[in-house]
Design a protein. Sequence first.
Length: 554
Amino acid sequence: MSISAMSEDHDIHITSSKEKYPNYNAEMTKEGDVENAAGQLEEIHNFKQGLHQRHIQMIALAGTVGTGLFLSSGRAIAHAGPLGAFLSYSIIGLAVSSVVFGVGEMGSLAPLNGGVIRYAEIFFDPALAFANGWNQVYSYIVSIPAELVACAVIVEFWITVSSAIWITVFGLIMIVTALLFVRIYGELEFGFSILKIMLVIGINIMALVITCGGAPNHKTTGFEYWKAPYGPFVQYLGIKGSLGRFLGFWTTFSNALYAYSGIENITVAAAETRSPRQAIPMAARRIFVRILLFYVITIFMVGLVVSSADPSLLRDSGTAAQSPFVIAAKDAGIKVVPSIINAVVLTSAWSSGNSNMLGGSRILYGMAMQGHAPAIFKRLNRYSIPYVAVALYGIFMALGYMSLSDGASLAFTWLQDLVSISTIVNWITILVVYLRFLYGCQKQGIDRKRELPWAAPFQPYGTWFSLVIFVLLFLTGGYSTFMKGHWSTETFISSYFNLPFILIVYFGYKLWMKTKIIPLEDIPIRAFIEHYQQNPEPEPAPKRGIQRLNILWS
């Protein structure tokens, strides 16, 4: 149910745009829709726009690069071989581009905190916003302490003390950071992104040097690991032939999904972004560049320097010791790399938890604004931070202490596994909502390229391609449990729990609140266009001097 919190001090008057927009039809814009859209966008004035273009673009560029790439990519090589891992990361990279395009286009038109749960409410069905919103809240409640546990494990690479100490220290720092002005978050993520970009460039250069025989051992690997011992693909689960190789390739999609998780969060704090209708599209447009530079090239280089038969790739230490680049560096006689990678992986893990804290609190705030969560979560502190929402996640950080006990650790692992599939559910939700938005524009005669702040390319074909891929991956995520001798209750539940959960919550809310899917002709797209047209953002200042050499952000 939408909240119409229109301020009495902000009256919106409809003005004719027929000369500028030939497809414009004032009769299609209902006065109530315009007031409702303006009322929702009033929340922008409740926040301080502390995130600048450079923050958003750098967070989009390298914010999601972390343990999924630095540590888990080795597991992908072991399961699928160098070519299988390369293909899976490339395919998921293409598929996830549509997700980023979708949130980018909707977020630039309606820059509201909360991401897709706000768009689902406005452009599709309030019941879907409610169901996916609580799915995301649950995900963040578990993933934040999981990142703290990861930080504690990573520190053990250098020193062994009680993990409880590090969970407490990193958790307190995270809470304090989350309660301060959002600019603090932006600067921290900006710095961490710079570190990750430098590390990715460094390890890829190192991999190239090793491949060409420039390492201390002077061994030239070339494409040796693409030929032996298993070739470009690995036979998975002991199944011989092409079926075994295909299963290895298909299994690696889960590694790729984990590596790309969070890439859609460029609009989760849209109301706190300065000039969001410029910053968000700029971040979305560069999706192909960052996927190519940080994921595809990196996974390709991993396949050149590490053998898929290396048993170290499957050792789950949680530290740099399991990184394929560390394994390659040790084999090549390079000694300083492990500590460097571990240090950046530590910042990545804490940064991921910090981003989850921001995303989770803004989603909870957005749900409260819609009436899908208690109104107390709308409360802001002096820094315009939803502090009650932050406090809730701070309380659940205590779940991290479960990892200290063997029995509780098993339960915590189950919780983490249940969360892992929520990423793909969220992506499917984004794509479904975005398709309704696209067809709503078509139904209402809206020229997306001329009337919207930004129109994503390759639509709707790219979105349909991605939706088919993600639905297939969701339905087949636990395929191994249906094979003889490979049943796992944990795998089955973690793979398919989200399906009944989403359906039960969605239809339960729908029946209780009697919500309906918004007809295409009634989706209030035109109302947000009105607001956009009447509230233009200042043009960005042109680059001057040395700024022209900056290719990372505008």
